[in-house]
Design a protein around this ligand. Structure first.
Ligand SMILES: Cc1ncc(COP(=O)(O)O)c(C=O)c1O
Length: 463
């Protein structure tokens, strides 16, 4: 092809025109989305600007990713330096110094004996790796019949077929069925709407004890692992009662079942400690992090497993092939350089403490909104991972109709006013960068408050 034949790139301004949007898939229904397309052009601190120059306060860290804020020079400089040194190492033949440094740093920071790390680019890749690790571990340690994975309804572990099979979100699963066999689902600890009709704390923590019953009923000799998000996201910030995760730990120990924490969202400071495992005081056998690990500066995720599991894969080749799992971009040096810089930034600026402090401030705002507007039934979450659930009637906990999609209306109104948050028909969540200041938290909450007030004055809340 002569250079004359190389097509020109369209300009930034044209990227929100429907004819050009038809050339790319996004996560929304495209025809709807293209009526008001959100196309971000740049970002700095806790702000985004779209291609039309409109500014947005980022109360979501993109999607729980921008842990140390946007355009953080320390991370940019670390990446620049790495670009000049090594951008790719051959994954079939080994790894690179930056990946080994980051693995050792994560092993230092992770609780208990979590100590061996597998890097990938996205969350789904490592939750899927954790599933494979559990199955291979049991094969290597004399329990080849253990293959079933117990996960939860309403959960999200990612879009690859294995992670999707573990996920429990019907809106994303049904269209892709049939999924992989060997996955079971249990109800999550949604105390505000207990699936067993009970009230905490007179409930005997049925949501946990039933997991033990399921292991028993399935035959422990067939169960490989339980995989949970310490705080569930897609079900509307499902924050478990304090007994829940310790009980899962106990059942896993009893039945030689691995406990996998999907900390793709909750990891890297979000709940006020480096890992939610520390917030809840429960150490899993395998912990998956992603999103905030490289803060959005490069794609990076990690699966961290305990020393005994890692040891099981450390054997003479004749009996042990090692961990059979891998992708081309695992341990990419650019991503790992970003990861090291992000972790240093969090540690040196004690951003976990800031997440706790600003999280309390945000919770205060949400609670004040609940009193003021009367349609917030519950405020949930930890640190800077907080959500509110909308109800038509606080006494009965009755929801707004699905058709009204109250939370979506509020979230869209907030977006119009320049606030990015996560919204669903029945809930809204915030997950701002860990660097967010008190003034920025106040500004985020003020926009949500105004948006909620406006929507309430427009819709028939009895609908
Ligand atoms: C809890 C959780 N696990 C896994 C994933 C999958 O991560 P990714 O989209 O990077 O594959 C996500 C993504 O949103 C998530 O929220």
């Amino acid at each position: 092809m002569s250079t004359d034949a190389i097509p020109d790139l369209i300009s930034d301004a044209q990227t929100s025109e429907e004819r050009f949007l038809r050339q790319i898939f996004v996560r929304d229904q495209m025809a709807e989305w293209s009526k008001h397309p959100l196309v971000m052009a740049r970002a700095d601190g806790v702000y985004y600007w779209d291609v039309n120059g409109k500014r947005y306060l980022d109360a979501l860290s993109g999607i729980y990713v921008a842990a140390v804020g946007h355009n953080n020079r320390r991370i940019v400089d670390a990446i620049r330096q790495q670009l000049d040194t090594l951008t790719f190492s051959p994954p079939m033949h080994g790894t690179n110094p930056v990946a080994i440094q980051l693995a050792n740093l994560l092993a230092e920071l992770a609780p208990g004996d979590l100590s061996a790390v597998k890097f990938q680019c996205g969350g789904a890749e490592v939750t899927e790796a954790a599933i494979k690790l559990a199955r291979q571990y049991h094969k290597l340690t004399g329990s080849p019949g253990k293959y079933k994975i117990i996960a939860r309804y309403q959960s999200w572990h990612g879009s690859t077929l294995g992670s999707l099979s573990a996920s429990g979100l019907k809106s994303r699963k049904t269209v892709n069925e049939p999924l992989a066999p060997g996955f079971l689902h249990v109800f999550p600890p949604t105390c505000y709407r207990c699936p067993f009709g009970k009230s905490y704390s007179d409930c005997g923590i049925t949501c946990a004890t039933l997991v033990n019953d399921v292991i028993d009923a399935e035959d422990p000799a067939t169960v490989a692992a339980i995989m949970v998000e310490p705080i569930g996201h897609t079900g509307g910030i499902i924050d478990p009662p304090e007994e829940y995760l310790p009980l899962l730990r106990e059942y896993c120990d009893r039945h030689n079942v691995l406990l996998i924490f999907d900390e793709i969202i909750t990891g890297i400071g979000r709940t006020g400690q480096m890992f939610a495992a520390q917030t809840f005081g429960v150490t899993p056998d395998v912990l998956c992090v992603g999103k905030g690990l490289a803060g959005g500066y490069a794609p990076l995720s990690a699966m961290i497993c305990s020393r005994p599991i890692a040891d099981a894969f450390w054997g003479p080749l004749a009996q042990n092939p090692g961990f059979v799992e891998g992708h081309t971009f695992e341990g990419n040096p650019i991503s790992c350089a970003a990861g090291i810089a992000v972790l240093r930034e969090i540690l040196e600026r004690d951003l976990c403490a800031n997440a706790r402090k600003q999280g309390e401030r945000l919770r205060g705002h949400f609670e004040a909104m609940a009193k003021k507007h009367g349609v917030i039934g519950d405020v949930r979450g930890k640190g800077l991972f907080l959500g509110i659930e909308f109800v038509r009637d606080r006494a009965t906990k009755e929801r707004f109709s699905n058709d009204l999609a109250f939370g979506v209306r509020v979230g869209r109104r907030a977006l119009e006013k320049g606030l990015l948050c996560r919204f669903d028909p029945h809930w809204i969540a915030f997950g701002p960068p860990l660097v967010t200041t008190a003034e920025e938290i106040d500004a985020m909450a003020a926009i949500l408050d105004r948006s909620l007030g406006e929507v309430l004055s427009e819709v028939n809340v009895r609908a």
